[in-house]
Write a protein that binds this ligand. Sequence first.
Ligand code: HEC
Ligand code: HEC
Length: 546
Amino acid sequence: MPDVIRIFPLITLLLAGCGGDEEANLAPEGGSLAQSASGSEPYRPQVAADTLYNREAVIPPQCYTKTEGTRNPCYTCHQSYDDATRPNKMADGFLQGDYGFSDVGVENHWKNLFVDRRDEVAAISDEAIINYIQSDNYTAFIKGLKNDPDWSGPVPAIDGLAEGAAAFDNQGLALDGSGWVAFNYKPLPSTFWPTNGSTDDVMIRLPKPFRTASCATGTDAFSRDAYFANLAVLEMAMKDLSTISTLPIDENAVCEDLNDDGVLTMVQEIPARDHYLGDAASEPVARMSYPEGTQFIHTVRYVGLDNGKITPSRRMKEVRYMKKVKAYSTPALASLYGNERQEKMEGMLPTFVDHGDKGLNNGLGWEVLGFIEDSEGELRKQTYQEQMFCMGCHGTIGTTIDQTFAFPRKVTGAEGWGYINFEGMKDAPSVGETEPEILQYLQRVGGGNEFRANPEMRDRWFLPDGTVDESAVRGADVYTLITPSPGRALSLNKAYRVIVQEQSFAYGRDATVTPVKNVFRSVDPEAAPPLEESARIDHWDLRLAW
Ligand code: HEC
Ligand code: HEC
């Protein structure tokens, strides 16, 4: 591999902490990177697996959008709150419309956004891409991990997960007995809106004591009652609710009078409490915090088509996983966030402890691990560089609740258990707001995604004068609002397939066909117009008032 460019050998970087990203004119390794003759194409030399091309990979592409003073796609991540007991103390609301990047961060490293893929997309037939996205790359991947004697990390296994909903019962419990539970949530605007290129699902699993109730069974056998009661208690803690609806729970099966009415009966609504139940009864409930040992699986998929309906494809673009390995108290977290701020002020670039097969540690209690397609479409572990991308959104932004997004956005209570499904889902407002969330997002951003680069969304939901067609948006369910036409779905799938073939994820993972225009290729923080005060959105809550 003499022609591989090693922009920065990782080891030198960690020792010396210096760098720059000089570009050299070398041919790529393995896959091929499109280089146009026109000269406007960004230069993207192949990045070898053990090199760090982008030391600021924690900063996602969204941060480089031109706000032009009034358009604000920043508020869904960057927020500050007055809530003293909120464990997330990042308080980064000032970053809305502020381009105060580090010297490395001023350059937008996500060059895939500026590649013209029209020719390559045109060269892929509809049939080829449909066959590709509908074939299962998950089952063999899981089997491989299970049989790999050298693999020491978690195995994010759910039997039949490639089939989506069919892997779960109608309350979301995995049919394979693994204890994973699928839930229905509204995706965060706008990366995970299918119209912007990907579908997804999220599953949660609490540690075993939360799934058993030996007080009633005398054994450590699985107890559906205990598990769903504990999940309900957790949901209240994440959402600051005092009561929640549940699937029918037999109080005898958890040995507790959950609703305090003096008799042990079936209940479908339970109040908040200060301890979990069943064999987890000694575990105190902590506000906005998951118990230690909580796990999530997030699969990111192509935009599947099933008889004209948009669904998650069988093929997975990525399998993502997180495990809470340490529960910090709110004061301990405050000091960790304080250290982070201090390091930034001192101009230090982020580094993360690599726990190998377990993933990277985000320094706030979670191990985060990702798998992605290789050039043939088989799932492989992501490189350090690729996983560094995970660390920003799941670490150092203000809006997340215990570093997560989806569970706090779950359809509240009994109705929200089950595989993700937008049909009939209402566009609920954010907590503290009265207007529907997607309507507000379209108005605040002035487009159908962070980059204002989704012509179909513009045609569907915006009037010719550029304002949002409010009555149309108000009348639509979430499915209608955020899923693309079959034609758009196919071309986005093809565009991403090109990125997979190139293995150019270090330059970004967004499925774009034409170069985006409303995004800075590099930022001059002095020259970029700041966001006007009136366009700032303070105290936005990512939770929803269903
Ligand atoms: C999807 C979530 C998301 C959105 C939307 C978003 N950001 Fe960010 N932003 C991040 C993450 C994650 C980081 C990395 C945090 C870190 O430094 O650890 C970041 C970092 C930054 C930084 C660097 C901060 C530093 O201290 O180095 C700036 C500046 C920034 N964002 C500005 C913006 C602007 C301006 C917008 C809107 C045009 C925006 N962001 C939209 C997630 C987001
Ligand atoms: C640009 C921000 C961003 C980046 C970068 C990112 N995520 Fe996420 N992640 C999200 C959002 C948003 C969700 C919720 C899904 C949705 O809204 O549809 C999510 C969900 C998850 C979940 C489920 C738990 C939760 O937070 O809801 C896991 C696990 C996860 N991501 C892992 C990863 C891994 C591993 C990586 C790196 C390969 C990664 N994420 C990179 C934004 C991000």
